[in-house]
Design a protein. Structure first.
Length: 215
């Protein structure tokens, strides 16, 4: 399960990818994103797409909660679940910009990072919910947040040896970005990235590190 990724795509680059994109993200800091942190997403706004910051982790199913605290769900796989079906429509679609993602490599082995071999732009296929009230951290009490997560699917040839159960749904073509945001049925894009497109990178690779790459 992907619980760590990096985004070093600049806001200017994202504005060039989407005509009329409204940039409401403030000052985005490139680097790694961990669960329950703020990350950039492209979502539907008033008549146009907008770039915003949102909190990573959708509301958990009630049966999964043992206390009032809800740490959130970062990855969504079971699209048949009634809990997720209500948010699979067009209005809750988003794109999560990513330059590299990590999968746990096994006990004591840390994370293995993956990136596109040709370094083209890519996005996770995401879903988002706005103004959700919950207790994310006990010390903060009840808060209202905009939340997101992304779909997962079977792993491809590069990811499977590291994580045999799942990988994020990755969209690399503008046609896929548009189809996802236009509301194509989610199962049609819930598929692994084609074999051969990903490469393994080191933890200190500029695409995966916390600090932004030098100009």
């Amino acid at each position: 399960m992907c619980n760590l990724y990096s985004n070093t795509t600049t806001q200017e680059a994202m504005r060039r990818m989407f005509d009329g994109l409204a940039d409401r993200a403030g000052n985005l800091k490139p680097g790694r994103v961990y669960p329950d942190q703020m990350g950039a997403i492209v979502r539907h706004g008033d008549g146009a797409l907008e770039l915003v910051q949102s909190r990573w982790g959708l509301p958990s199913p009630k049966f999964a909660l043992k206390t009032e605290r809800d740490p959130g769900v970062t990855n969504v796989r079971n699209l048949g679940s009634a809990h997720w079906r209500r948010w699979l429509g067009r209005d809750h679609r988003c794109l999560v910009p990513v330059t590299a993602f990590a999968e746990p490599a096994g006990k004591g082995r840390g994370n293995q990072w993956f990136a596109l071999a040709d370094e083209r732009p890519m996005f996770f296929a995401g879903i988002e919910v706005r103004d959700w009230t919950s207790v994310r951290k006990v010390k903060d009490g009840e808060t209202m947040d905009d939340l997101y997560a992304f779909l997962t699917c079977d792993p491809n040839a590069e990811v499977k040896p590291v994580h045999p159960k799942a990988m994020p749904v990755i969209l690399t073509e503008p046609e896929e970005w548009r189809a996802w945001m236009d509301g194509i049925p989610a199962p049609e894009l819930q598929r692994p990235l084609a074999d051969g497109l990903l490469c393994l990178i080191e933890d200190d690779d500029p695409r995966a590190r916390t600090d932004p790459p030098r100009p």
